[in-house]
Design a protein around this ligand. Structure first.
Ligand SMILES: C[S@@+](CC[C@H](N)C(=O)[O-])C[C@H]1O[C@@H](n2cnc3c(N)ncnc32)[C@H](O)[C@@H]1O
Length: 265
């Protein structure tokens, strides 16, 4: 089974409901609008054409279009997510927000130089190094010369191996996550033709987000909302996992990195 087939199975609708309850409507990764603002800090976004690869249920893309006036295309390999994201687009954002399905990382469905900016948040950990090489080459192609590619993701200090806490979390959620290091990313970025602008440490911020997520799920109002979908034992288990994740981040067993690369002119 390809990593794309696996990922499609790893995000069933019910699991996404839990993620949205934890992270906010439309968000399938931590931090909400605050994390998106931090990701694009220093970039002017008004009327910029942005490609969101792995757009999930569209929260980050809608935030960029609604709050920052960007023109955003969300790209997803999960077709039901694309349909749902398109259904949720508010009327006032219909001319600056759209979601597109694709199933081939070697051929993004856009002409060259179509976007000023591209980003991936919480997506690339699902792709192995060979797949990253292919996808980064395509992202390079669809960006304008002088455009930027911004990544936020989970890295490992050790190539091909996660620590015990991360293994426990991946097993419990049946998630296949690839242990790539900073050096792996440097190499993929270089091979695609990008220049690495910065590689920043986001561990402190994301440890805090995950503590907050655990508190949010533990809140009686959230528990009540999730009760028809999940057993109390399952919810307790999720809270425990988010606390373990925060610990893994604090102990640097997992590295949350913001990476900015530039397509030279
Ligand atoms: C943790 S979610 C993050 C979603 C979104 N970026 C967010 O922050 O809300 C990971 C998403 O990546 C998508 N995904 C995984 N591999 C992908 C690929 N090769 N191309 C596009 N999307 C992918 C999954 O379907 C899933 O929606």
């Amino acid at each position: 089974m390809s990593s794309i087939d696996k990922v499609q199975e790893e995000y069933p609708e019910q699991f996404c409901s839990l993620l949205e309850a934890a992270y906010g409507e439309g968000f399938l990764s931590e931090g909400g609008g605050e994390a998106i603002d931090a990701l694009f800090n220093g970039f002017g976004l008004e009327n910029k054409r942005i490609l969101d690869i792995g757009a999930g249920l569209g929260g980050p893309a809608a935030y960029l279009a609604g709050r920052h006036g960007a023109i955003v295309t969300g790209l997803e390999i999960n077709r039901p997510m694309v349909d749902e994201s398109n259904r949720r687009i508010p009327e006032e954002l219909r001319d600056r927000l759209s979601f597109v399905y694709y199933d081939d990382i070697s051929r993004l469905p856009f002409a060259g130089a179509s976007f000023d900016l591209a980003f991936c948040k919480g997506v690339l950990l699902h792709l192995d190094t060979a797949e990253k090489n292919i996808l980064f080459g395509e992202i390079f192609r669809v960006l304008v010369p002088g455009g930027s590619f911004i990544i936020s993701d989970w890295l490992s200090p050790e190539h091909g191996r996660w620590g015990e806490r991360m293994e426990t979390i991946a097993r419990a959620d049946n998630l296949s996550i690839v242990a790539n290091t900073e050096d792996d990313y440097r190499e993929v970025i270089r091979k695609a033709g990008f220049t690495l602008v910065s590689l920043g440490d986001d561990n402190a911020r994301y440890a805090r987000y995950n503590d907050h997520v655990a508190d949010t799920i533990d809140d009686p109002a959230t528990r009540k909302r999730l009760a028809p979908l999940f057993s109390p034992e399952y919810i307790d288990r999720q809270i425990w996992e988010y606390r373990l994740l925060a610990e893994a981040i604090r102990e640097r067993e997992m590295l949350v990195r913001k990476i900015v690369c530039h397509r030279p002119k």
